[in-house]
Design a protein around this ligand. Structure first.
Ligand SMILES: NC(=O)C1=CN([C@@H]2O[C@H](COP(=O)(O)OP(=O)(O)OC[C@H]3O[C@@H](n4cnc5c(N)ncnc54)[C@H](OP(=O)(O)O)[C@@H]3O)[C@@H](O)[C@H]2O)C=CC1
Ligand SMILES: CC(C)(CO)C(=O)C(=O)O
Length: 308
């Protein structure tokens, strides 16, 4: 299969870089301002697991700022932040191709947005459990984990999902097919909705939030509300998942969430795609989720106070 990657940051740079290194035809769509770096120096990944490698433009690898080049791709990995999803998908809808789009993003509205513009049959869901970031244009640091779960929205184990997973495995990506990607997406949201926005309020690491009984209790309540909303949509999240997240694996204890890192670096934050999305889902079912509404209001306030 021929792959496209839109957004060559922490996630797109890592998974796309692995595919290209694995010998698969890969088209990277980046912003015009970063293009000359990729053209001159290629894409470098500094990975704790796969070492340092560089992928250069060649017959099989293309760096471009033009969406049109994606027309011959079979699969496009959408790897921009969720606040950029709609504008990118609008561009993708103008491309004369029939590629499937895999949302490798946090949040639970990306798949709906892709489906609205391209049709539900072209959407594939995914969750990335990874720690990777853009050190400088063209250079990605992969510092933790890496599991990618992918799945068809209707849960079918289709030929294309098997093909994508097989390619990724061949390329050295830690990939798993999810039989229920909606459940997988909500399970990931459960973590993100608690730790990401509340880390912006507290300004500390995952471990520090978990150590103090009052902040721990707030994290728990944020997750319990998410579980309640998920249930209203027919998704049964488990108490044991919440308990597991509250213990937190040792590799995440020292970790600052992606939202806190973005906030500290003066970058936009994904509060709308994560907590905003949960609040909208709750409202549609006539539900109130006061812990999440409170954290959302506080983070939006902090966000407004700073200059990006
Ligand atoms: N990084 C991680 O470890 C994890 C990330 N995720 C999720 O994955 C998604 C991607 O995150 P991440 O890779 O960290 O984000 P990054 O900000 O590192 O990368 C996204 C890249 O896409 C670029 N971009 C934005 N709009 C366009 C466009 N129209 N065309 C081409 N490129 C564009 C951005 O440029 P610019 O910055 O100039 O806007 C940026 O370079 C997010 O939803 C995130 O929450 C999930 C788990 C872990
Ligand atoms: C769960 C984690 C830490 C990595 O995948 C994440 O999604 C984030 O920080 O936003």
């Amino acid at each position: 299969m021929r792959y496209g990657v839109v957004g060559v940051g922490g996630v797109g740079g890592f998974y796309g870089g692995m595919l290209a290194k694995g010998g698969f035809e890969t088209v990277f769509v980046t912003k015009q301002r970063y293009l000359s770096v990729f053209k001159d120096k290629g894409l470098t990944v500094e990975s704790y697991k796969h070492g340092k490698f560089t992928v250069k433009e060649s017959g099989k690898v293309v760096f471009t700022d033009s969406y049109d080049v994606l027309k011959d791709c079979d699969v496009v990995l959408l790897c921009v932040k969720s606040y950029d999803t709609e504008s990118v998908v609008q561009e993708l809808s103008k491309v004369n191709g029939d590629f499937a789009v895999v949302s490798v993003q946090n949040g639970i509205e990306n798949e709906e947005i892709i489906g609205r513009y391209l049709g539900d049959d072209r959407v594939i869901g995914a969750t990335a459990f990874i720690g990777s970031y853009l050190k400088e244009p063209g250079v990605i640091v992969h510092e933790a984990a890496g599991l990618l779960e992918i799945g068809e929205i209707d849960g079918k184990i289709s030929d294309r999902i098997k093909h994508i997973a097989a390619d990724m495995e061949k390329a050295g990506i830690d990939v798993r097919i999810s039989k229920d990607i909606n459940y997988t997406l909500w399970k990931k949201l459960l973590w993100n909705v608690a730790f990401n926005p509340y880390s912006v309020v507290t300004g500390v690491t995952v471990g520090q939030m978990l150590e103090f009984e009052y902040t721990r209790s707030i994290l728990k309540n944020l997750m319990l509300e998410c579980k309640k909303v998920a249930a209203a949509y027919g998704i049964s999240l488990k108490d044991s998942t919440i308990e597991g997240y509250l213990k937190s694996s040792s590799d995440l204890r020292e970790y600052k969430t992606s939202m806190l890192l973005d906030f500290e670096r003066g970058k936009p934050i994904e509060i709308e795609g994560i907590t905003g999305a949960l609040i909208r889902k709750a409202k549609r079912k006539g539900m109130k989720i006061p812990y999440n509404e409170c954290v959302y209001g506080t983070v939006k306030f902090f966000d407004l106070q700073r200059k990006i």
